[in-house]
Design a protein around this ligand. Structure first.
Ligand code: HEC
Length: 107
């Protein structure tokens, strides 16, 4: 039994290394839970994830600006981006991962 347990731990340990991009997985999880409601289909004026022309001028502002505006929220010409997508429990790092995830799909 204990041999099985240590084998299981060993397998888990190895799996955590075989995930090539752990950050991307987390960014996707944050995005799916907190950002997709608006950004997946472009609801309420949100730039749709994967819509490259809509994202190009936004991405051009640079990651620092994008992350900062996502953390604090802002009123833009198209609509209102709520601070942290409305989930203030998210850490700034979580928001950054989600922004990186959106940008990776939209450029
Ligand atoms: C309630 C709807 C809603 C949710 C939820 C939401 N957004 Fe947004 N987001 C918007 C809207 C609307 C805009 C566009 C505002 C404008 O530019 O007029 C926007 C814009 C953005 C931008 C572009 C900022 C810029 O400077 O152009 C980023 C990045 C972004 N959102 C990230 C996120 C992230 C990350 C999440 C999840 C943590 C999220 N959004 C959740 C509505 C939402």
């Amino acid at each position: 039994m204990s041999r099985f347990v240590s084998a299981a731990f060993c397998a888990l340990f190895m799996m955590s290394f075989s995930l090539t991009d752990v950050n991307a997985a987390t960014g996707k999880a944050v995005y799916d839970a907190n950002c997709a409601a608006c950004h997946k289909d472009g609801i309420m004026g949100a730039p749709k994830t994967g819509n490259k022309p809509a994202w190009a001028p936004r991405i051009a502002q640079g990651m620092t600006v994008l992350v900062d505006k996502s953390i604090k929220g802002y009123q833009g010409k198209k609509g209102m981006m709520p601070a942290k997508g409305g989930n203030t429990k998210l850490s700034n790092a979580d928001v950054k991962l989600a922004v990186e995830y959106i940008v990776s799909l939209s450029k």
